[in-house]
Design a protein. Structure first.
Lengths: 319, 251
């Protein structure tokens, strides 16, 4: 089992950032990086480790985001209960999507399409149901305080995001270093061979999607606490699903540090693009697209693979 | 463990791949199914190992009816197969590949990795333990198939052409490995093209031709069976050979 020291070191080094910088922009950017890194990590647990590429992680993110808002606004409960409910609801959503897809052996693009469909159905439901505020969305009253998981200054949210990101790293490292990680890798590389060796592919994929959905739901809850406003497009829109998979693919799928690296690179790139183009809407997406093409073409293992030599034919061998 | 196969019939559309196939492998035996290409050998393995459900017939393993049971459950019961077309987990190292199989009976990662090392030694893969499986040669990949199957600690091992494509030196290296399985109480059923190896290894042979068993018995007797000779060399071949006295020299 590999030591968890690098994760501890990362958390320790990232901890004092709010005291080191007075710039709100830097802190905002860092918070966004940590949030998207965690969302990317959630995707990575399923897409990177188990090889099941989801195109609908918005379904889990949005479920978590709405669950915490509904628990607080409609039921009048506290934000911590809301946060717990977000994780539980997202896990349930993950189990539902997983059962519907893996039970019927959907793989590859079929799986991706089913996840996308679930996210879209959730978006349409959120758009029409009263409990989710329909098209108007939900507004959480502003009331800073640790008990409400709202913070008066940016540092509070930064640390909140750092906790989530660290938790994501620990979950990923734990899965990687145990039997579940070995079995997920086997299913990713060759599902039939894995089954021949006694791996119950359905069961391990269910575990992966449940962890993945739970973490994505936690990020959704964080989003609600940070922006205090939700609508169906923000929570369940395809943009969220794209953000979830872009970071890990750019950074490196299957690696526990890939999502963080990818999120940092993409967010910085977004900032630079914004500065260069004077804030043209969508310019950052164009830059993302170019980077994605370059990465997929030249570094299929992501940026984390840059320093690591690897057999050229590692992906090409099948028989 | 005893494997009993009876009345197995598999049809793909209009094509009958297997017709009423029956065989029994006794515990501790090394048995083989031979036959020309397209005879249905791999289809038979797919049925026994749970990858394919037959239209008719039963498979019994250790007294239990396991027909149509999924491969992962059969593997847990101790019935495991290798693939003729090797299927390494290409992105993982050799050790990690074998450890996946070792995890079937060992939860702990370190235990599984240690067992992987011991199994690799046994099939002469120890020097490649930490290399990516994608780098292995064909012989290496065949060994990896065997190693992974062994790491599940099976009671019955189905080996699908683990010797095909190897050179004579590599075959000579693998033969004792397969023979050694018997000492561990593992029953072995081979599908093999390399006839000489089959003759030396097997206690009993079934000949599958066109989806039917045409002969069975000890290898030395089976190769003299006219039905077998015709299956391999064409109709009338046995008679021609007889006339030319080619059989006089023995197999």
């Amino acid at each position: 089992m590999r030591p968890l020291a690098p994760i501890g070191l990362f958390a320790l080094l990232a901890l004092p950032l709010p005291w080191l910088t007075g710039s709100g922009t830097v802190l905002n950017l860092a918070t966004m990086v940590l949030m998207l890194a965690t969302l990317g990590q959630a995707w990575n647990l399923l897409g990177g480790m188990a090889g099941q590429f989801s195109f609908g992680h918005a379904a889990f993110f949005g479920t978590g985001a709405y669950a915490t808002a509904i628990v607080q606004i409609r039921l009048g409960l506290d934000a911590w209960t809301g946060f717990a409910a977000a994780v539980v609801a997202a896990v349930a959503m993950g189990a539902l999507v997983g059962f519907a897809s893996f039970r019927f052996r959907l793989r590859g693009s079929y799986f991706a399409l089913v996840t996308l469909a679930f996210a879209e159905v959730a978006r349409i439901l959120a758009n029409s149901l009263e409990v989710t505020g329909a098209g108007v969305g939900l507004l959480l009253p502003l009331a800073p305080g640790l008990d409400r998981l709202q913070f008066a200054d940016k540092a509070g949210y930064y640390w909140f995001a750092l906790v989530l990101c660290t938790a994501g790293l620990l979950i990923a490292a734990r899965i990687r270093d145990t039997r579940l990680g070995a079995r997920l890798a086997a299913v990713r590389e060759n599902e039939e061979a894995a089954r021949a060796l006694g791996v119950v592919a359905f069961a391990v994929k269910m575990q992966a999607i449940v962890w993945s959905a739970g973490l994505a739901g936690a990020v959704g809850a964080f989003y609600t606490q940070l922006f205090l406003y939700l609508d169906p497009h923000i929570a369940f829109g395809p943009q969220v699903s794209v953000e979830a998979l872009l970071g890990p693919i750019v950074g490196g799928t299957g690696s526990i540090w890939g999502p963080l690296l990818g999120a940092a690179v993409l967010q910085l790139l977004g900032e630079v693009t914004r500065a260069l183009t004077g804030g043209v809407t969508g310019a950052n997406l164009v830059a993302y697209g170019i980077v994605l093409v370059l990465i997929v073409r030249f570094f299929p293992d992501g940026m984390i693979g840059l320093g690591r030599p690897r057999a050229l034919d590692a992906r090409g061998v099948s028989g | 463990m005893r494997l009993e196969v009876e009345g197995i019939t598999v049809r793909f559309g209009g094509l009958t791949a297997l017709a009423d196939v029956a065989l029994t492998v006794e515990p501790g035996e090394i048995a083989a199914v031979i036959g020309p290409n397209g005879a249905g050998k791999t289809t038979l393995f797919a049925v026994i190992s749970g990858f394919l459900r037959p239209q008719a017939g039963r498979v019994r393993f250790a007294g239990q009816d396991v027909t149509g049971m999924p491969p992962e459950r059969l593997c847990a019961l101790g019935l495991v197969r290798t693939f003729q077309v090797t299927r390494p987990f290409a992105g993982l190292t050799v050790r990690e590949n074998i450890a996946v199989a070792a995890h079937l009976r060992h939860r702990s990662r370190s235990e599984a990795l240690a067992l992987a090392g011991r199994v690799a030694e046994r099939v002469h893969l120890a020097d490649r333990l930490d290399r990516p499986a994608a780098e292995l040669t064909l012989a290496g990949r065949k060994r990896l198939e065997l190693a992974r199957a062994l790491a599940t600690e099976p009671r019955l091992l189905l080996l699908d052409e683990v010797l095909a494509g190897l050179n004579p030196a590599e075959i000579a290296e693998m033969e004792p490995v397969i023979r050694g399985l018997r000492e561990d109480g593992i029953t072995v059923l081979l599908i093999e093209h390399v006839m000489q190896a089959v003759m030396r290894l097997s206690d009993r042979v079934w000949v599958l031709v066109g989806g039917r068993i045409v002969a069975s018995g000890p290898p030395a007797a089976v190769v003299r069976d006219p039905a077998v000779i015709e299956a391999y060399l064409g109709p009338g071949a046995a008679e021609r050979l007889e006339r030319e006295g080619a059989l006089a020299g023995g197999a």
